[in-house]
Design a protein around this ligand. Structure first.
Ligand code: NAD
Length: 329
């Protein structure tokens, strides 16, 4: 039986596909390639198409014996979601509804999916625990929380079991050097910093240096993409064991400031990285750090690449060898 990975040609999806293949799983990918890259797939059977295409979903489920779904496909730019909410409700919420409908019709009852730290909004305390208040401060986070709630009802009414994984900041690249991060446009700090080191950008903007943190810049939790991939495989095993639906944070529990990331990138690359300090962005909390105790104790997950230098070194090895990412494709 196969695992269906939606959004498997994207950044985190492609690393999870690689992990599943390494463990001998059969993999089917559904990806529209709207932000993904065909070249990022190291194997598996690819269907190019949209999650909201119900006929395609029915065909995919009838042509393959799908045991479980890992659902990455979504739109995930916070800024864009505040300009075009329709796109986010349509792709994220309606897309998930179509997928769950396809699963129901095909009798597939296990799903692991990408949620986000953005479901919490401004945290009440750090490290953030799964039981803390969820109050998204942008449309993107709201759509992900709506997807979680939708899954909860599909479980209660139809018995489709789910695991929602709320990731903090994914970073780094695959050890093979073959796949890595190539978002267009790029909005994540570590690739932006490394693109500045490569002189593809003039400078890196730091939004606010007067936060109540040690050096005044925001603190975030960075988690290696291969550790994230490992958590997805563990979540599938958890559902295979017949366990109850659940939500887990995935972060490494360590926060690093924007300045620390830039200084570490300078050290790793040996290159100059010009910085421009700008105004704070609305809705940017000072500190976002996860408690991943639940994932550690229940899933047995133990992030093996938690060191910031190691994460940046791994990202640098991809960016310096693939300055144009996957090229023009
Ligand atoms: P990505 O954009 O690289 O991957 C998303 C993939 O989904 C792409 O390959 C895209 O082509 C595909 N896709 C989008 N809409 C589709 C549709 N309607 N039908 C079929 N395919 C579609 O993003 P990523 O960084 O790999 O993130 C993956 C998931 O993780 C997303 O759901 C995102 O919200 C979530 N997430 C990411 C981060 C992060 O740090 N990157 C943090 C928290 C949550």
């Amino acid at each position: 039986m196969a695992i269906l990975v939606t959004g498997g040609a994207g950044y985190i999806g492609s690393h999870t596909v690689a992990e599943l293949l390494d463990r001998g799983e059969e993999v089917v990918v559904l990806d529209s390639l709207v932000t993904g890259h065909r070249e990022s797939l190291l194997g598996g059977k690819l269907y190019v198409g949209d999650l909201r295409d119900k006929e395609l979903l029915a065909k995919l489920f009838s042509e393959n014996e799908i045991e479980a779904v890992i659902h990455f496909a979504a739109s995930s730019l916070v800024g864009e979601s505040m300009k075009d909410p329709v796109k986010y409700y349509d792709n994220n919420v309606y897309g998930t509804q179509c997928l769950l409908e396809g699963m129901q019709k095909a009798g597939v009852n296990k799903i692991v999916f990408s949620s986000t730290a953005a479901t919490y909004g401004e945290p009440e305390k750090v490290p953030i625990e799964e039981t803390d208040r969820t109050q998204p401060s942008n449309v993107y986070g709201e759509t992900k929380l709506t997807m979680e709630r939708m899954m909860s009802w599909f479980d209660q009414v139809l018995g489709i079991k789910y695991v929602a994984l709320r990731y903090f900041n994914a970073a780094g690249a695959h050890a093979s050097g073959k796949i890595g991060e190539d978002h267009r446009p790029e909005s994540h700090l570590i690739p932006l910093v490394l693109q500045t080191a490569l002189k593809q950008r003039e400078s890196i903007a730091v939004f606010g240096d007067d936060y109540p943190t040690g050096d005044g810049t925001c603190i975030r939790d960075y988690i290696h993409v291969t550790d994230l991939a490992d958590a997805h495989v563990r979540a599938v095993t958890y559902l295979r064991n017949g366990s109850a639906s659940s939500v887990f944070n995935l972060g490494n529990g360590l926060g690093f400031s924007v300045k620390e990331v830039i200084e570490t990138a300078k050290e790793v690359t040996g290159l100059d990285i010009p910085v421009v300090i700008q105004e704070r962005r609305a809705g940017d909390p000072a500190v976002l750090v996860a408690s991943s105790e639940k994932a550690r104790s229940v899933l047995g997950w133990n992030p093996a690449r938690a060191d910031l230098k190691e994460i940046i070194r791994s990202a640098w090895s991809w960016h310096s060898s693939h300055p144009q990412g996957y090229g023009d494709n």
